[in-house]
Design a protein around this ligand. Structure first.
Ligand code: GDD
Ligand code: MN
Length: 391
């Protein structure tokens, strides 16, 4: 199958814990059956065993006498993620791997699929996912409804929280990764040591803009030994996904919190000012300006704190005046939308059987779909100029 493509050193990393009977069968299959099908690359196996009490390592050592491309890394049991991090570092630093594969020892991943993942990389992918959730892929039909639900829901949750609908299988444990990308992942600071490790790696790979390709795989039911995944592991994955999602959208979430509290502050101010016997329209204007000031200073000190170096170039009061004009423009937009809505739809609207003022019905979607995105863009581009920040 030598098609003249660049020859890579590919290391198949197989973590094992009490997998003696599986690894006994797996290594000969890889060596005799699979590797000859990938003759254009240099293939190696790295078993990361956590001193399995069943003697998995002894089996591996026997095979190492027969095949010289097998390596064994033994260590303390700290979870699947810790084992993979250890294995990945070893493959990159000591074995000069160009690509590493994450692969299970228990035949739930079919070794016959390996050449197809390698082929996808030959054809240009940087990160290949053995995917159960695209055409031709599947999860075991023997799985109970609970495990099926967790897998499907976990994937959907990740896609929604990360706003990424291009990737269908986020939680697969069967991957091929170019090490030029993996080297840029901070393996020393992982949020989880267990199964959730893979959520952080895929997240970082996406951010690095690697070319990602999914290849369908059938995920089989385990026939020998026991699964090591626990309910706690699965929940840790939700935590890692959420944590990374929040981190990516940190600025936007801060902006929303500031805007929301500003809104509450505005109402309280108007109420208090009216109690002091001041005319309602003046109270409304004071409330509006209080909200503007709150938004300006809270965003300045918190949401856009990292733009401080840029802020020193301009005077703060100039920015505050600019901010007031922007806020006026946003009030103008809301007025215009309500004016047009009343003109074309009438003073009142029927809404799910309820008669409401058109302004009230229209303001809610306007604020969410127009005002919030518009303000966010204006703050970033014109007030705090985040695009000038040095990366
Ligand atoms: N060294 C080491 N240390 N190996 C481990 C550990 C550990 O703490 N925990 C599990 N392993 C090894 C197992 O021996 C096996 O070879 C492989 O990792 C997968 O473990 P399983 O226990 O069989 O995992 P699973 O089948 O429940 O989960 C698989 O499918 C998930 C998707 O449904 C894995 O591929 C997951 O990564 C994947 O998310
Ligand atoms: Mn398994």
């Amino acid at each position: 199958m030598d098609n003249g493509k660049f020859c890579m050193k590919i290391v198949i990393i197989i973590p094992t814990y009490n997998e003696k009977s599986n690894i006994e069968k797996m290594i000969p299959v890889l060596e005799k059956d699979i590797f000859p099908k990938i003759s254009n690359h240099s293939m190696a196996i790295l078993i990361v065993d956590d001193n399995s009490p069943d003697g998995t390592a002894e089996v591996v050592k026997e095979y190492m006498k027969k095949w010289l491309n097998i390596h064994l890394l033994s260590g303390k049991k700290n979870g699947l993620g810790a084992a993979y991090v250890r294995g990945m570092k070893f493959a990159m630093d000591k074995m000069d791997a160009d690509a590493v594969m994450e692969f299970d020892s228990d035949f739930q991943h079919n070794p016959q699929d390996i050449p197809r993942l390698v082929k996808a990389m030959d054809e240009g992918a940087d990160y290949v996912i053995g995917s159960r959730y695209i055409n031709g892929g599947s999860i075991p039909k023997e799985w109970g409804a609970d495990r099926k639900f967790l897998s499907v829901f976990g994937n959907l949750f990740t896609r929604v929280v990360w706003l990424n609908f291009k990737i269908h299988d986020m939680t697969s444990g069967f991957k091929l990764t170019k090490t030029i990308f993996l080297k840029k992942v901070d393996l020393d600071h992982m949020l989880a040591q267990n199964f959730a490790y893979k959520m952080q790696i895929i997240h970082d790979i996406i951010k690095l803009k690697a070319k990602i390709q999914e290849v369908p795989i059938v995920f089989y039911e385990r026939t020998q030994g026991k699964s090591k995944i626990s309910l706690q592991d699965q929940f840790k994955s939700f935590y890692v996904v959420t944590r990374l999602g929040i981190y990516d959208r940190k600025r936007f979430l801060q902006f929303l919190i500031v805007g929301g509290t500003g809104f509450v502050l505005q109402f309280i101010t108007v109420y208090v000012v009216i109690i002091f016997g001041i005319k309602q329209f003046i109270a409304a204007m004071i409330g509006g300006e209080i909200a503007i000031l709150w938004n300006f200073f809270a965003n300045n000190m918190w949401t856009f704190k990292d733009t401080r170096s840029l802020q020193q170039q301009g005077r703060i009061w100039q920015r505050l005046v600019k901010f007031n004009f922007v806020s006026l423009a946003s009030i103008g937009v809301q007025g215009l939308v309500v004016y047009l809505a009343v003109k074309f739809l009438g003073e009142k609207l029927k809404f799910f059987g309820l008669i409401v003022h058109t302004s009230i019905a229209i303001l809610f979607p306007t604020i969410i779909l127009l005002v919030i995105p518009m303000n966010y863009v204006i703050y970033n581009r014109f007030i705090w100029k985040t695009h000038q920040l040095k990366k």
